[in-house]
Design a protein around this ligand. Sequence first.
Ligand SMILES: *Cc1c(COP(=O)(O)O)cnc(C)c1O
Length: 386
Amino acid sequence: MHHLPPLPEKEFRSYAPGYWSSKNVSASDWNSATWQLKNRITTLAQLEEHLALTEEERAGVLLSGNKLAMAITPHYFNLIDPEDPNCPIRRQVVPRIEESWEDPDEMSDPCGEDSHMPVPGLVHRYPDRVLFLVTDRCASYCRYCTRSRVVSGVGEQELHTEFEAAFRYLERHTEVRDVLLSGGDALLFSDAKLDAILTRLRSIKHIEFVRIGSRVPIFVPQRITPELCKMLQKHHPLWLSIHTNHPRELTTEVRDALALLANHGVPLGNQSVLLRGVNDNAEVMKSLVHKLLMCRVRPYYLYQCDLIQGSSHLRTSVADGIDIIEQLRGHTTGYAVPQFVIDAPGGGGKVPLNPDYVLVRDEQRVVIRNYEGKTFEYPEPALVRR
Ligand SMILES: *Cc1c(COP(=O)(O)O)cnc(C)c1O
């Protein structure tokens, strides 16, 4: 039987072959992204081969087929602790019946993306940058996916990205200097297909900055090959934002994949979603951000969980997020502290939320407090005082 090593979560370790240890998978199969994707856990029977499900999970899996498909790569599945029904990895990828609960605050398009699409697949919300949804497929499906309406192929909508129309829109819109490839996960494309998209974007002179948002390095680190990195390197400056929520996700395989990207000059950021029972705790977050820095990944955003349908069991209060930031800022490396944001419901974009360090501010002075709660006063320059 597969037993998870005890804490601390701060260690980097491999969990392979884990649940697959009795199946004699060859190292070359295990280390192949194609094998990992072909052997994903997608059915109730496959799941029950490995885990004793709770009633909530079993019902959730049966319902997931018409909302957001279940898919879990063997690499990621091995991080699940079979003894712990509340395992933070399990909560992210195993459906639960709570996903079918109705909540009047929840929406199918919580960030109002569909109303900001000048071309199908291209979200243009901010003045100088666009979000380009290039695919509706991911390596595994996060149960709190903000795009579950279009992602995985079983939801209420389909993504019909019009690539040619999107490229022509970008050519005409000279104010766009930043393109973010997301979806879905662009790193599921073949090297050749992704190369073609990046080459086309790079042919547009006013596009200065290209980035990819991807959870592939976490779900299937085997996809990060030297060949992929050499191709990406041709398109610099190219940045990559990964998505990790829990320190256990940073395995030795993931660390090696991130090193390969960093060694090819790809600056790395991380986006986390604050999730109940996963990372709504300063100790877990601190381990995560410390491990990220060791992988040369800069924590970028911590998101308040979007009001996506079926997410009530995973959402925390906003105060929890602010508390976590407060327990990081000043207490640890500044680089380790992400910006906590709410993606405004309905489509206002990302809004930063911070602990209050300003106690008083008037024309004369600002009274501030530091991370220890000590107060200080900074006088405004005499010139600007009345
Ligand atoms: C998040 C997002 C971006 C990128 O925002 P940054 O704050 O620059 O990372 C761009 N467009 C849309 C629609 C987004 O949701």
